[in-house]
Design a protein around this ligand. Structure first.
Ligand SMILES: NC(=O)c1ccc[n+]([C@@H]2O[C@H](COP(=O)([O-])OP(=O)(O)OC[C@H]3O[C@@H](n4cnc5c(N)ncnc54)[C@H](OP(=O)(O)O)[C@@H]3O)[C@@H](O)[C@H]2O)c1
Length: 256
């Protein structure tokens, strides 16, 4: 029985912590992101610390052939766990933002994730089982003025993942959607969110990764790593009138 995980966006942040946690449990890894040097450094650390085998694939997963390249590079390796973690956001009013950046966000956050779920999901069905963890966000629970495209990509990820969980459950494949609030990584800087109320104190990436990974092992459909946030998202947010919800989210994302 192998225990190999393919993790996207593993060169830093939550993705690198998924890799560290999986390796600490003795699992082999295939890790991918654009920054090959960061992947190589993580590979060296994990192989030395845990005696596992780590394969790196430096690749732009947002490119049209990105998911296929990653998939082809894993051919011949049985993937037991797929963690679709790579993603990015971007602050600003939709019409003022570069359209290509928002389309690139859809390419990475949605299209690459869907492609890998399809390709590797099929292999998992054929091999009789597997686990998929898709990294969504608390953003999936609401529309996101000043990050309209990002929030919408995460709504897609959560809904898509839940539907797949239902379709694949009787084929031995579980699908979990991880929906954290703000996590302290490079994400906020890359998304130009610094100076907004969203970016105050956040969770640490290692504990969020562990929470999501354990939820995936338990076969949960959704996982929110903070119980207070979970109550707000699951029970309070749906009761708010749409206009109030929009004003609230907009305020959270305005720069001070
Ligand atoms: N941090 C938060 O507050 C937060 C909250 C909720 C959900 N999330 C979600 O958590 C996931 C991980 O984010 P993070 O917080 O760990 O952010 P991060 O530190 O910025 O890490 C993002 C990862 O994605 C990779 N990536 C970005 N663009 C890529 C591309 N075109 N092709 C391949 N890999 C790419 C990056 O590697 P390279 O730059 O080397 O390519 C990096 O490894 C994302 O899906 C994000 O939406 C984050």
């Amino acid at each position: 029985m192998t225990n190999t995980a393919l993790i996207t966006g593993a060169s830093g942040g939550i993705g690198a912590e998924f890799a560290r946690y999986h390796a600490s449990r003795g699992g082999d890894l295939v890790i991918t992101a654009r920054r090959g040097d960061a992947l190589d450094a993580l590979k060296a650390d994990l192989e030395a610390a845990h005696g596992v085998t780590v394969t790196t694939i430096a690749c732009d997963l947002g490119a049209a052939d990105g998911a296929e390249k990653v998939y082809q590079a894993t051919k011949g390796t049985r993937i037991d766990i797929l963690i679709n973690n790579a993603g990015f956001g971007g602050h600003g009013a939709f019409v003022d933002r570069p359209l290509l950046e928002d389309l690139g966000m859809i390419d990475l956050n949605v299209k690459a994730l869907v492609s890998l779920c399809h390709k590797i999901g099929n292999d998992m069905v054929a091999q009789g089982g597997g686990k998929i963890l898709n990294v969504s966000s608390s953003a999936s629970y609401m529309p996101g003025p000043l990050q309209a495209t990002y929030f919408a990509t995460k709504a897609y990820v959560s809904n898509f993942s839940a539907a797949l969980a239902e379709e694949l459950g009787d084929k031995g494949v579980t699908v979990t959607s991880l929906e954290p609030g703000y996590v302290e990584t490079d994400f906020a800087k890359a998304a130009n969110l610094e100076g907004t109320a969203l970016v105050k104190s956040g969770a640490d990436a290692a504990s969020v990764a562990k929470y999501g990974y354990d939820a995936m092992l338990a076969g949960k459909i959704t996982a929110i790593p903070d119980w207070k946030l979970a109550i707000q998202l699951r029970w309070v947010m749906p009761l708010l009138p749409m206009k109030a919800k929009l004003k609230f989210v907009r305020k959270m994302q305005e720069k001070s």
